[in-house]
Design a protein around this ligand. Structure first.
Ligand SMILES: [Zn+2]
Ligand SMILES: [Zn+2]
Length: 377
């Protein structure tokens, strides 16, 4: 029964340098084409082809598996699959990429489309609606660097589902046994296909898996058990957060019979007009006069906590970076970053006659020898 194995790239009609997007679109195109329902005349062949395509895709769609395959060929990936080689039901992990195609395919086998697919592939039993947890709510908050550096309290307004106060989440009054599932809460579908025998256990769509339903539907929530309500929260945002991090507020999300979801506060950082952020350090550039750089003196430096006088040593070269310890952003776990002050000498362009004369005089009176050309760095 063993047949000669074809190269995965060849199976998908791709070159070795194909991008991940090309791998995906090649598979989608071919999987559609070799959909067994579209090939009623040579169904067995289409099924074989479909399996071959799926195996190739399983490997090439995953960067790590693909690397193994590129280096070691079939030997390199054979252990990725269970005994007996690639098995679609067990080893195919990209259902979400092609659920539309597969849904269609399974519908061809009387499976119903879409949502049931993942239960099929995972062999899992769908969670009953009765115990479902409420959804999370994502809220994005834009912060200034000043707000990130200190700690800030923000007021967040959003709307969320809450338990219906009229029926206390029950969806109505009175109970009766669900006629669709006779109280079992589940319905079964049994089908066989070239992918194997499927027994699909589904939550009863009529009662949501509860096995019973309300006699008299609640008018306030039309039976949903929850209603949308506005909500305002004051949230203290800790210092030191950055874009990409988020703060979870447990139980502040949508209501669900199995518990409320969370609010996930995500942060965005507004670009600062003055500072560049480097982790918990901030950097700023401060121009100084030639005289200050040569003779030393104080310069005014902006910090997140207000203006500060900073001492510039006599003989400070342009580009010198001074460090103000602790003036950066607070670490999430204590301590703080620094402020890096790059001192640059400002070269004046519009000079008065007097200024020019003085500079010329200065140049002529110079005692230190000018250094010669040198290698940078
Ligand atoms: Zn209600
Ligand atoms: Zn039912």
């Amino acid at each position: 029964m063993a047949t000669a194995r074809r190269d995965y790239y060849e199976v998908l009609g791709l070159g070795r340098g194909a991008t991940q997007d090309e791998v995906k679109s090649a598979y989608r195109k071919l999987a559609k084409e070799h959909h067994p329902d579209r090939n009623p005349d040579n169904r067995a062949e289409a099924e074989e082809k479909f399996k071959e395509l799926s195996e190739a895709y399983e490997v090439l769609a995953d960067v790590n598996k693909r690397r193994m395959y590129d280096s070691y060929g079939l030997e390199g990936v054979s252990r990725q699959f269970g005994p007996g080689g690639f098995d679609f039901r067990r080893d195919f992990t990209h259902g979400e990429d092609i659920s539309d195609i597969l849904g269609d395919l399974l519908q061809g086998f009387g499976m119903g489309s879409g949502s049931g697919l993942f239960d099929l592939l995972s062999g899992g039993r769908p969670q009953s609606r009765r115990h479902a947890r409420g959804g999370d709510i994502r809220i994005s908050v834009r912060l200034d660097l000043e707000e990130i550096a200190a700690s800030v309290t923000k007021e967040l307004s959003f709307s969320r589902f809450e338990r219906c106060p009229e029926c206390a989440g029950a969806g109505g009054k009175g109970k009766e046994t669900c006629p669709a599932c006779h109280g079992r809460g589940q319905v079964q579908h049994r089908t066989s296909s070239f992918l194997g025998q499927f027994v699909q256990v589904q939550s009863c769509p009529d009662c949501g898996g509860a096995g019973e339903r309300v006699k008299e539907t609640c008018k306030a929530c039309t039976g949903a058990g929850r209603v949308r309500k506005p909500r305002t929260l004051k949230v203290r945002i800790p210092a030191g957060v950055s874009a990409g991090t988020y703060l979870p507020l447990h139980g502040e999300g949508h209501y669900g019979p199995g518990g409320s979801g969370d609010v996930l506060v995500q942060f965005e950082e507004r670009e600062h007009p003055l500072y560049l952020r480097q982790g918990d350090d901030i950097a700023v550039e401060v121009p100084v006069t030639i005289a200050t750089a040569v003779l030393g003196g104080k310069v005014k430096v902006p910090t997140l906590a207000g203006e500060k006088d900073v001492e510039v040593q006599a003989g400070t070269p342009s580009g010198t970076v001074l460090r103000i310890r602790g003036a950066g952003i607070k670490h999430l776990d204590g301590g703080a970053g620094d402020e890096l002050v790059r001192v640059v000498i400002h070269v004046p362009r519009r000079l008065s006659r007097d200024e020019k004369a003085l500079l010329k005089q200065l140049d002529e009176a110079r005692t230190e020898e000018m250094p010669g050309p040198r290698k940078p760095g």
